[in-house]
Design a binder for this molecule. Structure first.
Ligand SMILES: Nc1nc2c(ncn2[C@@H]2O[C@H](COP(=O)(O)OP(=O)(O)OP(=O)(O)O)[C@@H](O)[C@H]2O)c(=O)[nH]1
Ligand SMILES: [Mg+2]
Length: 278
């Protein structure tokens, strides 16, 4: 899978993906140096960035297939995202990873710019101009982590975000011992989505974005092999957790149980909505 980072947030998150061998990383920002980096000239405003989007034909020469395009909504440089995606649309299947900043911390111009980006990218997903938009909110990530010190703040957020997305990608490509994640294999109209972690013991969901009107939810149970072999009431527990979540007729629920060699059990969630989020 390709990961393209645009701007500071995008590039930091792309760097966090670089720890895993499964991803080809591309970074675009002002003042970058190094392999697979494209340095853009600094501009004064989102409008200027948009107008001055470079041709990235050579930069993206080898790129094809599944691509995660990571962008922080309030950054001025994010205004380049549509014209960049336009240049790779034919050869890449693009999902945007949209990082919604803490809007309380933004000035008026940035708030306004973020709002536009947030809406336009969701409309792109809805109209299938891109494959989908994975929404995450920084304040939400912070809540899940509990207290986070200022130094290393984004590193902590990025670590939680990227390790979760990575594990979900791994399970999407593995066979469950029971169940199946119908939601992620189907072509659907539910292109606005988020991910999260699921505390199996407490049956507690921690989504990375407060998604309105979830219509399709997939639960990944990553369980120690040994436990799958020996624990007798696990099936009952999972069944009752899934039953509880299937009460709402409008929401389709699926789950997969996956054996792992880790020393603890983990749960992950995918949640899809057909609607543009306000
Ligand atoms: N999750 C996460 N969020 C970040 C990170 N870095 C910045 N952000 C957030 O992303 C938003 C966009 O800021 P930047 O990424 O610095 O902006 P930019 O994309 O470089 O755009 P410019 O305004 O042109 O510099 C900010 O409001 C931050 O809240 C990061 O590493 N991780
Ligand atoms: Mg920047």
């Amino acid at each position: 899978m390709n990961v393209i980072g645009l701007g500071k947030a995008g590039c930091n998150i792309a760097d966090t993906f670089a720890k895993y061998p499964q991803y080809n990383i591309y970074k675009i920002d002002v003042g970058l140096k190094g392999d697979n980096c494209y340095s853009v000239k600094r501009q004064e405003s989102p409008e200027e960035y948009e107008k001055n989007t470079p041709s990235l034909k050579t930069f993206f020469k080898g790129l094809e297939g599944d691509t995660l395009f990571v962008v922080g909504g309030s950054g001025n440089i994010s205004a380049m995202c549509l014209s960049i995606m336009e240049q790779i649309r034919e050869k890449a299947k693009i999902d945007v990873l949209y990082v919604k900043p803490d809007t309380f911390m933004l000035n008026q111009a940035k708030t306004q710019h973020e709002k536009v980006t947030y809406n336009v990218l969701q409309q792109y997903a809805r109209s299938s101009a891109i494959n989908g938009i994975l929404m995450v909110s920084n304040p939400q990530l912070e809540n899940i982590l509990g207290e986070v010190p200022i130094i290393g703040y984004y590193d902590k957020l990025n670590e939680l975000l990227v390790s979760t997305i990575h594990m979900i990608n791994v399970f999407k490509n593995s066979e469950p011992v029971m169940g199946g994640l119908t939601s992620i294999h189907e072509e659907s109209t539910k292109r606005i989505y988020t991910v999260g972690i699921f505390d199996i013991e407490k049956s507690e969901e921690k989504l990375f974005f407060p998604l309105d009107t979830a219509r399709d939810k997939g639960y990944i149970y990553s369980i120690r092999k040994e436990k799958l072999q020996t624990e007798n009431d696990l099936h009952k527990v999972i069944r009752s957790q899934m039953k509880e979540r299937s009460q709402d007729e409008e929401t389709k629920v699926s789950f997969g149980i996956f054996p792992t060699d880790y020393d603890a059990d983990y749960g992950y969630i995918l949640s899809y909505s057909p609607n543009i989020q306000s």
